[in-house]
Design a protein around this ligand. Structure first.
Ligand SMILES: [Zn+2]
Length: 68
């Protein structure tokens, strides 16, 4: 999986606020995630994110470039 800043990651674990979608704020050995439901920010190890990722929604690029 390729993780990039701005992507929306859906994790198997739900946040207490009810959302299971997280926006990637920083990627590296540790990821910084922001809950899409309540805005809570957490630092999580990359391996943890990889294990619990259900799907990734790539960030919408603002340019009209297409990569097909
Ligand atoms: Zn939340």
């Amino acid at each position: 999986m390729i993780y990039e800043v701005g992507d929306i990651v859906q994790l198997k674990k739900k946040h207490p606020c009810g959302s299971c979608e997280w926006e990637l704020l920083r990627v590296g050995a540790d990821f910084k995630l922001k809950c899409c439901g309540c805005g809570h920010e957490v630092m999580v190890k990359r391996s943890m994110v990889e294990k619990s990722t259900k799907s990734i929604r790539k960030a919408e690029k603002q340019s009209s470039e297409k990569h097909n």
